[in-house]
Design a binder for this molecule. Structure first.
Ligand code: NAG
Ligand code: NAG
Ligand code: NAG
Ligand code: NAG
Ligand code: NAG
Ligand code: NAG
Ligand code: NAG
Ligand code: NAG
Ligand code: NAG
Ligand code: ZN
Length: 658
């Protein structure tokens, strides 16, 4: 009796494996993988080549080539996945590294869906990025058509431009961009979820969050909420201080009693960086602030010089110089006589021969000096992990890739360093001088944090179906008012679609990576400063020429995504946690100062959770112009033209870093 029973059990246990003929032979798997990896590099290279050709020369033909390359690429991924699923039982491998690689090869995202779904998804994407990149807005006085870059951007940044014109452009941009893609975006959400289910995820939000590899018991969204909680008190102080200064400049009648700052007064279309209101808000206006735009121009710097200066910082700590191909093929200034995508980006061509490039329409400003370091940080990552299998040529998580260049930027922008490289004649060693400096950094780095958070909070809600399409804009403003403390200068409704007025939404680029990066970069900066033996306030640390710091950074980057990000992080910083305390330490003196000043002036710290009521807009003097502005809506052409190109580029965007 015993024996037949045992045999039956054995047979049952063996059946599934036998029936599928799955191999657990790791030697064989490694051989298969090596071949796959080589083919993958070639396939990716084709997509990137096509996307580049298009991005620097937007034409219909070039756009079509991107679409074709993308379709071929998704087909390749589906084929390879099918083959590997037929042949290997990789979960049983004893080599964890090999299992990790197979898991990554198996996880092909929306490429899992069939070609007809790819095509429809691509059309929606093309439509939306086309609307975004061709949107134009008439100037409220002259009627002259204006583009976002540089015309509208400059007008919002200009402290001398009138509130009336800023408001008109703020609304006009949203009429011409987001509003026109509302239905397309709704369809896009439905479509994306349908496609990602083929890959085993319940929705796009879950898929995007999976890139952060939450460990058992870990909850990614809670982790993000915790970071925000720690940063919030400082953000509130900064917000209150800036609000008071702007109210002095623009008049109290424009500011609702709810405590929100009207979003068009912060110097940026999305109020994501407040750098441009520095002159209006700086604590000690009489003390020379660090204005290096003027200095760079006086010294005759051009784009090449800015990139050389950035490169020199990297090589000074022992990282690699840019390759010959980089200097040969990068596009560092706007090309004449072609339409091109100017949004700065860094590109890995997967050639194993040092083909990395940056495409950036550089102008000689402080902002672009920062962007230059940011993009070059991406290239350094590419260089350091070039020897890894293609599937590991990624940041440890997406936030890591965004943090590298910014970490160096924190050192480069110190007055001490700017002096060393000839951009600053004198440093005034006073507390007030450094408060001005910290304030300038806070307007860029701290002001960004709630914005960096809310974009994907909104997209997760939409993707998970917690926010109904009929409430898309209401949900958006709940976050803008509630988290960021800014309000719309004009009434909003569900005829509008304000998320679509931000590049990353129509172009389907995840955003939480920038939020992660804004904490991580301070953590990395502090760790490298510690390694370099820095003494004194964190914000004065410059690890220029420090080889120990460079070696540590090199090792950190070379891992790519071969390890879980917690392990990569702890090797450098000693903690597995993303933490806000380095950022808090960096800004501590400014926080103390702002808290004191807000107390002295009696300024309310914080704001209501809810946006100003509809009544406020009708009783205030701030909205007389909405009717004339309606004309702005029709300002863009609805035809599919060369701009189809831009949408096609969006399809390939997951392959590169922006
Ligand atoms: C595993 O595969 C390799 C390469 O195909 C082969 O040489 C080896 O004999 C296989 N090992 C086993 C135990 O089947
Ligand atoms: C731009 O692309 C078109 C093909 O669509 C090509 O004919 C043209 O030569 C390219 N222009 C430049 C400057 O490369
Ligand atoms: C993981 O496996 C791949 C493929 O065999 C190999 O190229 C890579 O060096 C391995 N990485 C580690 C960290 O063992
Ligand atoms: C593609 O997949 C969708 C969803 O599963 C399905 O409805 C459709 O029929 C498929 N199309 C083709 C051509 O296989
Ligand atoms: C996008 O939406 C518009 C209507 O708002 C519609 O005419 C167009 O066909 C849509 N595009 C796609 C690709 O579905
Ligand atoms: C704004 O106006 C002031 C005073 O007229 C002038 O000094 C300054 O250069 C102007 N700023 C800009 C950015 O145009
Ligand atoms: C994470 O926690 C939130 C509550 O804070 C919960 O709503 C969500 O479902 C959790 N996510 C996962 C993946 O467990
Ligand atoms: C920048 O100036 C140098 C000479 O100082 C010149 O060789 C180079 O071509 C210029 N680069 C650009 C992008 O204008
Ligand atoms: C840097 O050193 C300080 C002082 O020893 C320590 O408190 C801090 O945690 C260190 N930070 C990092 C990121 O290593
Ligand atoms: Zn980036």
């Amino acid at each position: 009796m015993k024996q037949p029973a045992l045999a039956a059990v054995l047979l049952l246990a063996l059946l599934p494996t036998v029936a599928r003929c799955l191999s657990t032979n790791e030697t064989e798997a490694r051989l298969w993988f090596t071949e796959f990896d080589a083919k993958l590099a070639v396939e990716k290279n084709k997509v990137v080549e096509a996307s580049w050709a298009n991005a620097v020369n937007l034409t219909k033909e070039n756009a079509q080539k991107v679409v074709e390359a993308n379709l071929a690429h998704t087909e390749f991924l589906r084929e390879q996945r099918a083959e590997m699923r037929q042949r290997f039982d990789w979960k049983q491998f004893s080599d964890r590294n090999l299992t990790r690689l197979f898991d990554k090869a198996d996880d092909i995202g929306t490429s899992a869906a069939n070609a007809s779904m790819q095509e429809r998804y691509g059309q929606l994407s093309t439509q939306m990025s086309g609307i975004y990149s061709t949107a134009q807005v008439p100037h409220p006085d002259t009627g002259k058509m204006m583009q976002l870059d540089p015309d509208i951007t400059d007008a919002l940044a200009d402290p001398n431009e009138s509130e009336r014109v800023k408001r008109a452009l703020w609304q006009g941009w949203r009429d011409a961009s987001g509003k026109r893609m509302r239905q397309n975006y709704t369809d896009f959400v439905t479509m994306g979820n349908l496609m990602i289910r083929e890959a085993g995820y319940s929705n796009i939000a879950q898929y995007w969050q999976s890139w952060y590899e939450p460990r058992p018991g870990q909850n990614f969204t809670d982790m993000m909420a915790k970071l925000w909680d720690v940063a919030l008190p400082f953000y509130q102080q900064l917000h209150a201080y800036v609000r008071r200064k702007l109210r002095d400049k623009y008049g109290a009648e424009l500011f609702p009693e709810t405590g929100h700052i009207p979003a068009h007064l912060l110097g940026n279309m999305w109020a994501q960086s407040w750098f441009n209101v520095e002159k209006l808000t700086t604590p000690f206006p009489d003390l020379s602030t660090v204005d290096i735009t003027e200095k760079m121009n006086k010294l005759g710097w051009n784009a090449t010089k800015m990139f050389r200066v950035s490169e020199e910082f990297f090589t000074s700590i022992g990282l690699d110089p840019m390759t010959d191909t980089f200097w040969e093929k990068s596009v560092l200034t706007r090309l004449p006589d072609v339409k091109m995508v100017c949004h700065a980006s860094a590109w890995d061509f997967y050639t194993n021969k040092g083909d990395f490039r940056i495409k950036q329409c550089t102008s000689i400003t402080t902002n672009y000096l920062g962007t230059t370091h940011h993009e070059m940080g991406h290239v350094q990552y590419y260089q350091q992990y070039e020897k890894q299998p293609v599937l590991y040529r990624r940041g440890a998580n997406p936030g890591f890739h965004e943090a590298v260049g910014d970490t160096l930027e924190l050192a480069v922008m110190t007055p001490g360093h700017l002096h060393k490289i000839g951009l600053l004649d004198e440093i005034i060693e006073s507390k007030d001088y450094y408060l001005n400096y910290l304030f300038q950094m806070a307007l860029q780095k701290a002001a960004f944090i709630p914005f960096g958070y809310l974009i994907d909070l909104w997209r997760w809600q939409a993707s998970e179906g917690r926010l109904a399409p009929e409430k898309y804009n209401e949900g958006w403003w709940k976050l803008r008012c509630g988290l960021q403390g800014v309000s719309s200068p004009v009434p909003r409704s569900e005829d509008d679609f304000d998320p679509g007025a931000k590049y990353h939404v129509p172009n389907n680029t995840p955003y939480i990576r920038y939020f992660v990066s804004h904490f991580l970069q301070f953590q990395l900066y502090e760790a490298l400063c510690n390694i370099s033996g820095h003494n004194g306030p964190l914000y004065k640390c410059d690890f220029y020429q420090n080889k120990q710091a460079g070696d540590a950074l090199k090792k950190f980057l070379a891992h790519g995504s071969s390890l879980h990000w917690e392990d990569v992080l702890s090797e450098l910083t000693g903690t597995t946690e993303l933490r806000a305390d380095s950022l808090v330490r960096y800004f501590a003196e400014l926080n103390e100062f702002l808290t004191e000043e807000n107390k002295k002036s009696g300024e309310r710290v914080g704001w209501d959770a809810d946006c100003p009521s509809a009544d406020w807009y009708t009783t205030t003097t701030s909205a007389p112009e909405t009717t004339t502005l309606a004309a702005g809506r029709a300002a863009t052409s609805g035809t599919v033209g060369w701009w189809a190109a831009v949408g096609a580029a969006a399809l390939a965007r997951r392959l590169l870093a922006v």
